[in-house]
Design a protein around this ligand. Structure first.
Ligand code: SF4
Length: 398
């Protein structure tokens, strides 16, 4: 632990109330338990509540139905009651850009007129959706475009799972009654690597992922969901205990001096503290390795000495190292490492016994690549200079 300024673990940002004044609450985003209670409050006899939860759940999350009147195995009166009591609301897709490589970047509008980005990345053996957990971010990682956008608020559970549902709409992936079941899924994996630090919005992320994993709905295996954190140490174990998904860490540096600059949360939980938490990670095993994300920045963190330090630091942790060639964005203060440098780095890591894939940049032509997300219409922007000044001030360099 360092003497750096203390920031609260739970950020002081509001999640919008589920029920807006005078409005109906959104039924999307309620966990099974919360839905059961809401149906009982609506007048459903307790004895029937479980069955009704199953029915409504399957309509919304298995069939993708958006209108209570289409829930045909429920009595007409009951459908009417549901319509009077709830709404079925998803984020609104404002725009969609499709990259030459097939990557799709969606801009989605949520309550309050805020916008978040969600990216779909098709690959030969999978389709991954990168979803956002906050509007903006507090953490100002200096290589990340999102970090230049001030934090506006946390997303609610319906806004998080809603990104998956809207993407399934766009991909045409809801099953069609009577049609043969499709074996391959277009959207097969989720990564919480979009805008925001998911562990600063833990409860909503957990509830949304529980909905996404539920076998009677979207039904994604927990091992196909990866939560990426910058290193919010006190919340890391909860990720295994309460969600059970895989974990990725934005590591990016092998000394505290460099990581303080790249991932400023390191000033609160330094490399040693972070690695201790990862060694203690409850689900750690060879089949559930931790992914270390490592962005390759020219002359900053990409030397052979860095590669050797990295493998020494993580020794004993079942891990995979994802090397990410830096994706440039307007005003970015870094350059991508040369390809030969990245390969040399990967080689050292690989020879030490770790998988070290070099991530192919995807969707660069539409600014959808890793670290490039930022709402295009977002108003309050920080300049690079302002961020640099803030980081310098926090480091006591001014
Ligand atoms: S890398 Fe993640 S945690 Fe860091 S500023 Fe970007 S969105 Fe926030």
């Amino acid at each position: 632990m360092t003497d750096a300024p203390q920031t609260p673990i739970t950020q002081d940002v509001m999640t919008i109330p589920r029920k807006q004044p005078g409005g109906k609450p959104n039924i999307v985003g309620l966990t099974r338990e919360a839905l059961r209670q809401a149906l009982i409050d609506m007048g459903t006899p307790e004895k029937q509540a479980r069955m009704r939860v199953n029915q409504v759940w399957q309509w919304i999350y298995h069939w993708g139905v958006r209108d209570f009147s289409q829930m045909t195995n429920l009595a007409r009166d009951y459908r009417g009651k549901l319509t009077e009591t709830f709404r079925i609301d998803l984020p609104e897709m404002v725009s969609k850009q499709v990259s030459a490589d097939g990557t799709r970047k969606y801009l989605m509008r949520i309550a309050g007129g805020h916008e978040v980005e969600t990216v779909y990345i098709p690959e030969a053996d999978r389709g991954t959706l990168c979803i956002s957990s906050q509007v903006g971010c507090t953490l100002t990682c200096s290589f990340c475009h999102t970090g230049t956008q001030r934090l506006v608020r946390n997303l609610s559970a319906d806004e998080i799972v809603g990104q998956i549902m809207v993407a399934r709409d766009d991909l045409g992936e809801w099953p069609v009654p009577g049609a043969p079941k499709r074996e391959e899924r277009l959207l097969s994996n989720i990564v919480l690597m979009g805008m925001g630090e998911p562990l600063y919005n833990f409860d909503n992320v957990r509830d949304a992922m529980k909905i996404a994993m539920d076998g009677e709905g979207i039904s994604l295996s927990r091992r196909r969901i990866t939560l990426s954190t910058s290193g919010v140490v006190p919340e890391i174990a909860r990720c295994a205990e309460e969600i059970g998904c895989l974990l990725a860490v934005s590591f990016h540096a092998t000394t505290d001096e460099v990581r303080d600059r790249l991932v400023p949360i390191n000033k609160r939980w330094n490399i040693e503290t972070l690695l201790t938490a990862l060694r203690d990670y409850p689900r750690l095993s060879n089949s559930e390795r931790i992914t270390f994300e490592y962005v390759m920045l020219k002359d900053v963190n990409d030397s052979d000495a860095d590669a050797r330090r990295l493998v020494k630091l993580i020794s004993g942790i079942p891990a995979k190292i994802n090397l990410i060639p830096f994706n440039e964005w307007p005003g970015a203060p870094y350059e991508r490492s040369d390809w030969s440098r990245i390969e040399s780095f990967a080689d050292i890591v690989h020879k030490a016994g770790y998988a070290s894939p070099i991530r192919t940049p995807r969707g660069e032509d539409i600014m959808a690549a890793c670290g490039q997300l930022k709402s295009a219409t977002e108003r309050e922007r920080k300049s690079r200079a302002r961020i640099a000044a803030e980081i310098a001030a926090e480091s006591g360099l001014q």
